[in-house]
Design a protein around this ligand. Structure first.
Ligand SMILES: [Mg+2]
Length: 309
């Protein structure tokens, strides 16, 4: 959730009077969306603008709150939204049932507004912390783009998605030319500044949905392009390569005189008979060809005559 806006609550209750009390009590501190039935609640939870927390009644006609919770927890896009049941069903076995369905809390009616506010606030804070942790665990500390761990996870998900859709998945492997010499000449602090600049260029050319820019390790970067063939990715890699050159960072240790990058591009429609690592290996192979052919160049599947898409 963005820190500069009020958290978004979805409140679900089939009784307008109950809904009114909850909206009145929480409306000052939160942005509120309301639903009076389970179907609408699931629809709102699946919106692009996701609620940060859901207050969910149990007894509702057609779809019960328990069923709504079960559906939300089974959906990859909604499973991380905390759910608090707010219900007149006060028996402990009902509470156990609600918590076992994945709810974070269970509040019995009649509601004490002070207790409700405190619990909502606690769970919103926990959600914010969890989101910060996920962000930190995915981010390369120096450059701010994705780290290797996030790349591995993302690549695996996109491999399977593109296999299902029978669409091409492309990898760009990029490496800063003569980077060791750069560090030796200008020092590691200047090297860090250079890495940040190059990462910014990579991030700026990978902005479509499904694109990911990551630091692979050291001075190596990787781009993942979903539903993109080798020719499309070649253009993007070329925009990155020329963008790095245009930074015009002086590099006296390079025959090219400034900081440059070489890229290897490989694309394939993922196939169950092929290991995902083979696509990375192919991009890596093309990167080595780029290094061998004078650097500051993009080599892709298409150019190598072993086109896979
Ligand atoms: Mg009800």
């Amino acid at each position: 959730m963005e820190l500069n806006r009020k958290p978004l609550l979805l409140i679900v209750d089939d009784e307008p009077a109950n809904l009114h009390v909850l909206v009145e009590s929480l409306g000052n501190d939160y942005v509120i969306k309301a639903a009076t039935n389970g179907t609408d609640a699931i629809g709102i939870a699946q919106d692009a603008d996701k609620p940060d927390l859901i207050l969910l009644d149990v007894m509702m006609p057609e779809i019960s709150g328990y069923e709504v919770c079960k559906t939300l927890k089974e959906d990859e896009t909604t499973k991380d939204i905390p759910v608090i049941f707010v219900t007149a069903m006060e028996l402990p076995e009902w509470e156990v049932c609600g918590l076992e369905l994945g709810a974070v809390d269970y509040i019995c009616k009649p509601i004490n507004i002070g207790v409700l506010k405190a619990r909502v606030s606690t769970h919103i804070k926990l959600k914010q912390l969890q989101e910060q942790l996920v962000k930190l665990s995915n981010q390369d500390k120096l450059t701010g783009i994705s780290n290797r761990r996030h790349f591995d996870e993302y690549f695996d998900v996109e491999w399977r998605r593109n296999m299902r859709n029978q669409t091409p998945l492309t990898i760009i492997m990029a490496d800063i030319d003569y980077f060791k010499r750069f560090n030796d000449t200008y020092g590691h602090l200047a090297g860090d500044v250079c890495l940040v600049k190059v990462a910014e260029v990579l991030n700026s050319v990978l902005q479509r949905p499904g694109d990911l820019a990551a630091r692979y390790g050291g001075e190596e970067f990787v781009g993942v392009l979903s539903n993109t063939n080798a020719a499309g990715a070649h253009q993007i890699a070329e925009a990155f390569r020329s963008g790095v050159e245009k930074l015009a960072v002086p590099h006296s240790g390079s025959p090219l005189g400034c900081v440059t990058a070489s890229c290897g591009v490989a694309a394939m429609v993922p196939d169950a008979a092929v290991l995902p690592s083979e696509l990375i290996a192919l991009a890596d192979k093309h990167l080595y060809v780029a290094k061998d052919s004078g650097r500051n160049v993009v080599i892709s599947s298409r150019e190598r005559g072993n086109e896979l898409v």
